[in-house]
Design a protein. Structure first.
Length: 274
């Protein structure tokens, strides 16, 4: 089997939607030139604002808006499948918005949507820093998978990473690759980012592709960065610690299948079946 290439894109998004989209589209073109057939953008790639009011102001109706149009055009022009981090989408009859991960195929057609299920309502330990994502976002209800040229992808976003039961559902439905667009805080990233990503890879015998926000943003928030591509045995195939750019890796799908057959941990689950 030919090994498919996949890319994780890292950004430091700000207030200017057009500038953020220019960066995303440039990186998608570079991902195609690197040989990737699928690229993953970070959470909030198109906008990292100072206030939730600003974020609601750029929220789009489903299938209508400049962010979605730019992603459809970029995937078509680059000839690459795009897992578009998250895009703020309006929800009919609700003031709160959805933090939606949209997937576009290489013709620019939107083929999947996943709304972030687990919302970040936390006080960062040891710091005067707190978040109440649920005040302004509607939680998703259902896991989502999509078949891509790189394999069957289970979609997740950022804080979802801390909930292994979601990934068990995804792998039970056939996921071979898990994607994690994120905007992890610097303190929690230093403490937990890599170990959580590698754990999700190891326990599910899946590739994990994590595309991160990195650095200081206009809202005063610092994100951790450290985009990673991890294989099914927990080995790091590629990483970008800081700054804007991309990483790519070839996915050894044959090796993954052999390990799943010879080390059948996924068939030995007793307490819960997906």
């Amino acid at each position: 089997m030919k090994q498919p290439g996949i890319a994780a894109l890292q950004m430091t998004s700000g207030l200017d939607v057009a500038a953020n989209l220019d960066t995303a589209c440039r990186l998608l073109g570079a991902a195609t030139r690197s040989g990737a057939c699928v690229a993953v953008l970070p959470e909030n790639f198109a906008f990292m604002g100072r206030t939730e009011e600003q974020r609601r102001a750029v929220a789009e109706r489903p299938d209508d808006g400049p962010i979605q149009a730019a992603m459809a055009q970029a995937s078509r022009e680059a000839g690459i499948w795009v897992i578009a981090g998250t895009i703020p989408l309006r929800v009919q009859g609700e003031e709160r918005i959805a933090n939606a991960c949209l997937v576009y195929d290489s013709t620019g057609r939107r083929i999947a949507r996943y709304d972030k299920i687990h919302l970040f309502d936390v006080q960062i330990p040891g710091r005067d820093e707190s978040y109440r994502e649920s005040d302004n976002a509607m939680p998703g209800r259902e896991p989502a998978l999509v078949d891509t040229p790189a394999g069957r992808v289970g979609l997740s976003v950022c804080y979802d990473l801390r909930f292994p039961e979601l990934y068990r559902r995804l792998v039970g439905a056939g996921a071979e690759i898990l994607t994690v667009p994120a905007a992890f805080t610097a303190p929690t990233g230093r403490a937990h980012w890599e170990v959580l990503l590698r754990a999700r890879a190891i326990e599910n015998l899946c590739f994990v592709v994590a595309a991160a926000q990195s650095g200081m943003h206009p809202n005063g928030r610092e994100t951790y960065g450290d985009s990673l591509i991890v294989d099914y045995w927990g080995r790091i195939l590629a990483r970008r610690p800081r700054g804007t750019g991309l990483i790519t890796a070839q996915l050894d799908r044959d090796g993954q299948q052999r390990v799943r057959e010879r080390f059948p941990v996924l068939t030995h689950r007793v307490l819960e079946r997906a």
